[in-house]
Write a protein that binds this ligand. Structure first.
Ligand code: ADP
Ligand code: ADP
Length: 222
């Protein structure tokens, strides 16, 4: 029941070996932390999953799709399986909160009335329903990240990837984001959180893997 499988994956950037022989199964509906210091390869591991970067060696299966065999035209289908959250939110500053979230569904050609209903619902879940017409730069970091969570989950992704999601937040805002991730996990999503923040990991439940200079610990039992 693995939704993600990595087999002997290596990633090199030129001479830099960012990921070394990573073998890993992530079960459906697992909550997994990838910990490790800055530069350990956490972002790289996530980027390989949604094909932001190609592997140098090895194989990755996402929901049964072999990423090294997936034709270009099916990459959008792969990306729809993921909701992705970044440390720096990556909201569009010139679009309102509502528009930032709605864009995901509009890009899929969903009907305007349905888009409106869904966007308002998800913004209520993250507690941002009274900020529909606000532009991201006038929100706090914690509020921007809540909008980013809404954008990540609006398409009902199977897998939520969060890359240092609380790295720019105060403790209270971080707790809210972690709690929201827990909520979507309980609704059935697989959640993978990359973070160097030990206190975040200790405040939650879930499997913890650590990267040390590109090597996963504990290593997979194969
Ligand atoms: P982390 O997310 O754990 O901080 P990264 O995956 O961002 O680690 O980086 C792992 C290593 O790969 C680091 O040494 C980083 O400098 C290097 N790296 C990441 N991306 C690139 C890139 N595009 N080109 C060259 N080196 C990179
Ligand atoms: P992250 O740790 O989330 O990847 P960074 O600030 O380390 O964030 O990297 C920002 C961007 O620069 C990323 O696209 C990453 O792939 C790239 N990058 C990181 N390290 C290097 C590096 N040593 N050389 C070139 N590009 C890098």
């Amino acid at each position: 029941n693995a939704v993600i499988r990595m087999f002997h994956v290596h990633k090199r950037y030129g001479a830099k070996q960012a990921l070394v022989d990573a073998t890993l199964d992530i079960a459906k509906n697992e909550f997994l932390f990838i910990s490790g210091p800055s530069g350990a390869g956490k972002s790289t591991l996530l980027k390989l999953l949604y094909l932001a970067e190609p592997v140098s060696e090895g194989q990755i299966l996402v929901d049964g799709m072999n990423l090294s065999r997936i034709p270009q035209r099916r990459i959008p289908m792969l990306r729809r399986k993921f909701g992705i959250i970044f440390q720096d939110y990556k909201l569009i500053p010139t679009r309102t909160v509502y528009e930032n979230v709605a864009l995901v569904l509009e890009a899929r050609g969903q009907k305007r009335s349905l888009v409106e209903k869904k966007v308002k619902h998800v913004l209520r879940v993250v507690g941002m329903e009274d900020r529909l017409t606000t532009y991201p730069p006038s929100l706090s970091g914690g509020e921007q990240q809540r909008v980013a969570v809404a954008r990540a989950v609006i398409g009902d992704p199977k897998i939520i990837l969060a890359d240092e999601p609380t790295g720019s937040l105060d403790d209270d805002s971080a707790a809210i984001i972690l709690q929201l991730l827990g909520q979507f996990h309980q609704r059935g999503a697989t959640v993978v959180v990359a973070t160097h923040d030990r206190s975040l990991i200790e405040s939650a439940t879930g499997r913890v893997l650590t990267l040390h200079q590109g090597r996963l610990e504990p290593p997979a039992d194969v």
